[in-house]
Design a protein around this ligand. Sequence first.
Ligand SMILES: Cc1ncc(COP(=O)(O)O)c(C=O)c1O
Length: 528
Amino acid sequence: MPGVVWDSLHGVDRVAYVSDFAQCVPGTRIAVLVESIPMNPKHASAPLLESILGFVDREQAPFYSPGHKGGRTFPREFTSRLAEMDLNNLPDTDTLHCPTGGILAAQELLADAYGVDHSYLLVGGSTAGNIAALMTTLSPGDSVLVQRNAHKSVIAGIIHSGARPVWLAPAIEERFGLALGLATKQVEDALDAEPGAKALVALNPTYFGTTPDIAQLGRVCRDRGLLLLADEAHGPHFHFHDELPLAAEDAGADTVVQSIHKILSGLSQAAVLHTRGLDPARVQKVLQLIQTTSPSFPIMASIDFARRQMVVDGARLLGDALALARRGRRELAAIPGLEVLGREHVTGPSSGFFDLDETKIVVRVEELGLTGYEVQRILNRDFGVQPELGGTSHVLFILTIGNDDRDVDRMVAAMRSIASNARGGSRAERASSAPATAAVSNALLAIVPKVEMTPRDAFYAKSRAIDFASAAGHVCAEVVTPYPPGIPTLMPGERITREILTELARVRDAGCPISSSDPTLGALRVVS
Ligand SMILES: Cc1ncc(COP(=O)(O)O)c(C=O)c1O
């Protein structure tokens, strides 16, 4: 009932059924017990709900995804009616698996807006899109060129499709410890060695906003007769502003996957798959296998809204976001001890770092004697500023059309304060508080393990967990990914070496979260 306050049940050891809400006027604390059942008092709490509400109540300056920044970019009619819009497949609402009504119309408008043949609404994020793109285009045994810093959803697509990956090491920005994109020559060389490759999976952009020369990669793919499958999870806005990097859909990619939720006005999990030249029946068949039969209508409607917002007003909104980001960049770069990844770091045409999305602000904090993780913690705890992530030597701020001047003022002031306090410490103190440096990441990024089995064979092989320290020599049965930079160090089917174990232990000890079956790296799963 609107206006009724559901009070905390702490201290109550009986649960209450309230029979008649009509008796409660707005502001009433519900305390009417009609019938009671015994209850363990711990169930009076809802820890996830409480912690999320606690975060929301703190009103942080939001430099993280989703792009709507707490609903700022939605009209009130959308946010206030979310629960009402949470419907099921009804004659009036359409069906995602075989759309004929509103969903179909929204997909057709998306395809028109992005200039592709077909677009599909995704409610499982770009994760679903990457799996679908690979399952649609690849069959068991097909060889596919994939950059090593592919997102784990690409690896999921490789496992699902049974394809054989040929891994390509991305270019690396050593000062910031970032994995970048693919250089054109490297792809051409790989194709000379693997002429039968069916597709190239390329990131455009990376998490950090850097892009490869996607137009050239598109040309190479067309000339050599392979498909370009673009993971554009972080680039759904590129198509709508001239001062953003070239979009893969404008470079002739055959499939493009975009997380609307990361950057635009999409609710979490809102994403799209665009295709060109593919059989729509085949794409739909795959999507029917991997998407839920109960898709969230608020998520799908948010994609429709985001598309309309971009087509109608995208150039202005993105122009404002770029101007705001450029001001933030200038002010951050002027703070002693900070370095901002900018266009001056771009390495040129054909390289793995051809362009930069300036709305992503990567700040190198190593000179402060602090890790990115520490800076992220201080920003959150002391300044109410929440970056997207902290790494060994940097923090990443994501600006979108949902940020405003106050956010940037707060973030710059916080970074200025952190920098001046950090510089106040002694050299020795700073050195000991910064065990993690970009070099830790760089050493990890340089590792290229030997592939012994396809990821699919290793994934389905019998496996067992063994002590981490004794795993050298075994074939890995899982994906082990330090976050950030989010590049798998080991994948199913790869030979584990002593060097790999040493470097993984170093990043773990530097405080970098590891995604694996045992995030503490006490054990590793290996093929039996
Ligand atoms: C490059 C890249 N691709 C795909 C994904 C998966 O996107 P989603 O979270 O929308 O499933 C991510 C998520 O961070 C990503 O960074």
